[in-house]
Design a protein around this ligand. Structure first.
Ligand code: SF4
Ligand code: SF4
Length: 129
């Protein structure tokens, strides 16, 4: 349990968010465009961090399905900033595995010329350490 809470404190420190302020209203998840793709919706991320369940979140594909759109941040009436928590868990995960998920040399094989540049920039931010 101690290790779990140490990880949780690391996530809170990196994110700068305050999950304790959550009142479980669910507005963040109701506005999340990736809700159907995410095993854990944003309100669940917040709750699991409070309870030290970081390793479960780190193993979930949800951390890569988040679009970093910040809709959850905009909608939260308590200023919890769930997107920053998701981002912080992604960072902890990337540091732990110590390698990039995405190599620049792989890009031509996986995208077509119609892809928006923002998507590429976002992917590098999410999949590189
Ligand atoms: S930032 Fe991520 S978790 Fe928040 S609403 Fe957007 S996709 Fe969902
Ligand atoms: S919107 Fe904010 S207060 Fe409501 S469940 Fe999400 S994180 Fe908690």
């Amino acid at each position: 349990m101690k290790k779990d809470m140490e990880l949780a404190n690391e996530v809170i420190r990196i994110s700068g968010a305050n999950p304790i302020r959550c009142m479980k209203c669910g507005k963040c998840s109701a506005s999340c465009p990736s809700f159907n793709e995410m095993e854990y919706a944003p309100h669940k991320f917040v709750d699991m961090v409070v309870h030290g369940r970081i390793e479960e979140l780190m193993e979930s594909k949800s951390i890569f399905h988040c679009l970093s759109c910040f809709a959850c941040v905009e909608r939260c009436p308590r200023g919890v900033e769930p997107a920053k928590i998701v981002e912080a868990i992604r960072v902890v995960k990337q540091r732990q595995i110590g390698e990039n998920y995405l190599d620049a040399n792989d890009i031509p094989a996986i995208v077509d010329e119609q892809i928006p540049q923002q998507a590429l920039v976002s992917a590098f931010r999410k999949f590189k350490k």
